[in-house]
Design a protein around this ligand. Structure first.
Ligand code: TMP
Length: 206
């Protein structure tokens, strides 16, 4: 396929949204066709699934229900958005993908990693990101940024130890796949973080 599939990952409050928008502008200025999208969501059906997943009232949601909803959103996103954009040669900047499922549902919810990985492969037809930017920040800093935003959803309400397990899970994945997953500290000022991301993406594309 002609395009490039770049994903962004990190704990809550790691600054993904800001940095994806900045990288999108940077790449467009250089003349690349860019598509920015996110999970869960990215399609009309996926957005409906997203609102179920993030609804603070859905406290009764079982971990397996949650896993399958993330994967349902992904299957739709893959067919409707990601695969067509890759075929058209676009650079896709996607806010979260399979790594988020492995980490949140595997390391966070403790669903056996073997099951999570198998189901992820089914939902994504085995597609892996070409490059993943992992924005790393310590949990208190990330949560403090969230609190500053004033809007807390079902997952943001999890305990510190849940978020710490997520961070550890991400760093473990990065250690296992150092060529695909580039870890960038997002504690620095946003301009420095943006230039480190641009450096990593330039090195990958060239
Ligand atoms: P966001 O806040 O980055 O938009 O992500 C929404 C929430 O969904 C976030 O708490 C992480 C969580 N999530 C999972 O638990 N599993 C997944 O597979 C994905 C894509 C997100």
């Amino acid at each position: 396929m002609a395009g490039h599939f770049i994903t962004f990952e990190g704990i809550e409050g790691s600054g993904k949204t800001t940095q994806i928008a900045r990288l999108g502008r940077y790449l467009k200025t250089k003349g690349y066709p860019v598509l920015t999208t996110r999970e869960p969501g990215g399609t009309p059906i996926g957005d409906k699934i997203r609102s179920i997943l993030l609804n603070g009232g859905n406290k009764a949601m079982d971990a397996r229900t949650e896993l399958l909803l993330y994967l349902a959103s992904r299957a739709q996103h893959l067919n409707e958005v990601i695969l067509p954009a890759l075929t058209e040669g676009k650079i896709i900047l996607c806010d979260r993908f399979t790594d988020a499922t492995v980490v949140y549902q595997g390391y966070g919810r403790k669903i056996p990693l073997r099951e999570v990985t198998r189901l992820c492969r089914f939902a994504s037809l085995g597609l892996q990101p070409h490059l993943t930017i992992l924005l790393d920040i310590d949990v208190p800093c990330g949560l403090a940024r969230l609190a500053g935003r004033g809007k807390i959803d079902r997952l943001d309400r999890e305990t510190q130890s849940f978020h710490a397990a997520i961070r550890r899970g991400y760093l473990r994945l990065a250690k296992a796949e150092p060529r695909r997953i580039v870890v960038i500290s997002s504690k620095d000022d946003p301009d420095r973080v943006a230039s480190k991301i641009e450096e990593a993406v330039d090195a990958y594309i060239s």
